[in-house]
Design a protein around this ligand. Structure first.
Ligand code: SF4
Length: 286
């Protein structure tokens, strides 16, 4: 451990526990302790979202993963959480609950060379540690590699262990995808990937909304997003729902000073519009 300080809701440092791949977070989204697995200690991603909070983000993919080290860190930390004094010493009383183990780090987790092998190792380690089957195994992903065989196998394996995918879906047009996420792959490709992922494991869309130069998203962009999501629902893509969230912390991207959070009523109104127009469950978090 690097320090014995109490973790709080502001504490999202990836090295909170002084390890390479494993870090604890008290998650405002999940309502308890999340054990994060950061497969991108090199801060590499194939997106560059304008709101990205990864410091020193670089374009690229995850490095080779030291599976022995990952296993040692995860099994040791699970033991500390489940049987040691981690919760008592470092977590506020109201958050002393292990709510998930999540692939969520400083870049795109599925850009590892063999995501399925990593999932296998994590599932075995959770089972060996006696983690309650109700504790979810989550993947926070931009979804762009959902066409890869090793990613699909890993996601299917997650589904067998109470898995859940949060699939980034900020844009309904190619132009918005390029502007918000700096990703040129196009919405049609993202939609194909979404179907590949959602048909293998329960999948939520995660959609970030924010003001740019103090203006909320243009109505044309909102309408395009809604039309695409409604079309996926009509096509039978099995979506669990939508996490709609704002920007709670400062972006580390050059656009940071241009971005600001939208007021809660705006988010709530858009959440209701999504419910009305798509029939999906929507959770809005500012
Ligand atoms: S997908 Fe995630 S890690 Fe990658 S740039 Fe976007 S916010 Fe950052």
């Amino acid at each position: 451990m690097k320090s014995g300080r109490i973790l709080d809701r502001q504490d999202h440092a990836r090295d909170g526990a002084g390890m390479t791949y494993v870090y604890p977070v008290v998650s405002r989204r999940a309502g308890g302790v999340s054990i994060g697995i950061n497969l991108n200690p090199n801060h590499a991603c194939n997106f560059r979202c304008v709101y990205c909070q990864v410091p020193g983000l670089v374009y690229g993919k995850a490095p080779d993963i030291d599976l022995d080290l990952l296993e040692a860190e995860l099994s040791g930390f699970l033991d500390h959480v489940l049987h040691g004094d981690f919760m008592a010493r470092r977590v506020p009383a109201e958050a002393r609950r292990l709510c998930d183990v999540a692939f969520s780090g400083n870049g795109e987790p599925t850009s590892v060379a063999d995501f399925a092998a990593v999932v296998d190792l994590v599932v075995h380690t959770m089972d060996d540690a006696g983690v309650d089957p109700g504790v979810k195994l989550r993947l926070i992903t931009n979804g762009s590699l959902g066409n890869k065989d090793h990613v699909q196998r890993g996601i299917a394996r997650m589904a067998e262990r109470n898995g859940e995918v949060w699939f980034k879906f900020d844009a309904g047009t190619d132009a918005a995808l390029e502007k918000i996420n700096n990703y040129p792959g196009g919405v049609a490709r993202q939609r194909r990937n979404l179907r590949e992922v959602a048909n293998r494991c329960p999948t939520w869309l995660q959609t970030c909304v924010f003001a740019w130069h103090n203006a909320p998203p243009a109505e044309a962009d909102l309408a395009a997003w809604l039309a695409v999501v409604a079309e996926e629902v009509a096509l039978g893509t099995p979506l669990a729902g939508v996490y709609l969230y704002g920007i709670a912390r400062q972006s580390f991207q050059p656009e940071a000073s241009q971005l600001s959070a939208l007021p809660s009523p705006w988010l709530e109104a858009f959440a209701q519009r999504i419910r009305d127009e798509t029939g999906l469950v929507v959770e809005a978090r500012t």
